[in-house]
Design a binder for this molecule. Sequence first.
Ligand SMILES: [Zn+2]
Length: 330
Amino acid sequence: MTKNPLETTPDRPKGRPFRLFLKIIGGLVAVIVLAALALSLTFLPARLDLPAIEVGDLPPAAPPAEMSISALPTGTYDAPGFLAYRGGPWTETFDMAATALLVRHPKGNLLIDTGLGTDVDDQMKLLPAMEQSRHDKGIPAVDQLKAENIAATDIMAILPTHPHWDHISGLADFPGVPVLQNAEGRDFATSNAKGTEVLNSIPNIHFMPYDYEGGPYLGFAKSHDVFGDGAVVIVPAPGHTPDSIVVFVNLPSGARYAMVGDLVWQMEGLDIPAERPWLMRWLIGENYEQLRHEIALVRAATQKFPQLHAIPAHDTSAFATIATFPNVTR
Ligand SMILES: [Zn+2]
């Protein structure tokens, strides 16, 4: 007996799967549009709302009269303005400073960050494609020093503010020179985390560990005094990377500098204050709460003590306040 198709086939209009498909696509498009809208909001100007914070008294410092600092610009790399801080310009590209700071002290010469080194082009190939910024190479720090008869071996130690490529690229140019490293830095490097690619590509780095044996310093929990006279003091600032530091450099004239590394990329980060857009903080893997606390401390300290100037590592105009090598600031 022939089956009556009307009895067994359910009522399923031919257009129904297509309408379902359209609904799914429509839903997906709506989700993508909403996500894009939400993301674009995170780039809008937003003043960081920071709590009032007490940083205590100005710590004592007895820098020797011969002590001086000099900036060694080694080049710049491009960064879109809107990525530098919330509310940064969409139409501008910033020249991010890659500058080493030479501290000359009777107990030894210290280099804070190295800037771009001789091998920077090859090192950059180790980075994810989106991080391989266009860069303008200047003269590596090692060659600038050599031109003034300062050999690589005349550097007592190198102190990176953190181990990202743009701060340690030049380490390979100073073979055998001790590189100061805190315990968090050792863990960060051995974890092979994102951001350690270039550091871990440099062979035979002679790391010299240091501890925070000193007490609180301008609101930061602990400190390490490099020369024992308060001239150069390191404090932990683990917002940007787990081992990031702020280096306080206190000069014989009474002028003081806070080398804040990448706590913020431009002065606006401290002046407005404004944090990096969420996307950048997320991509870097930063500790947001910690960053805000450190920005609050540096702002409070510079507002309380006008002789203290913060220098974000990539702000060319902030670095312009320090004499360029071979000239010196005391
Ligand atoms: Zn940097």
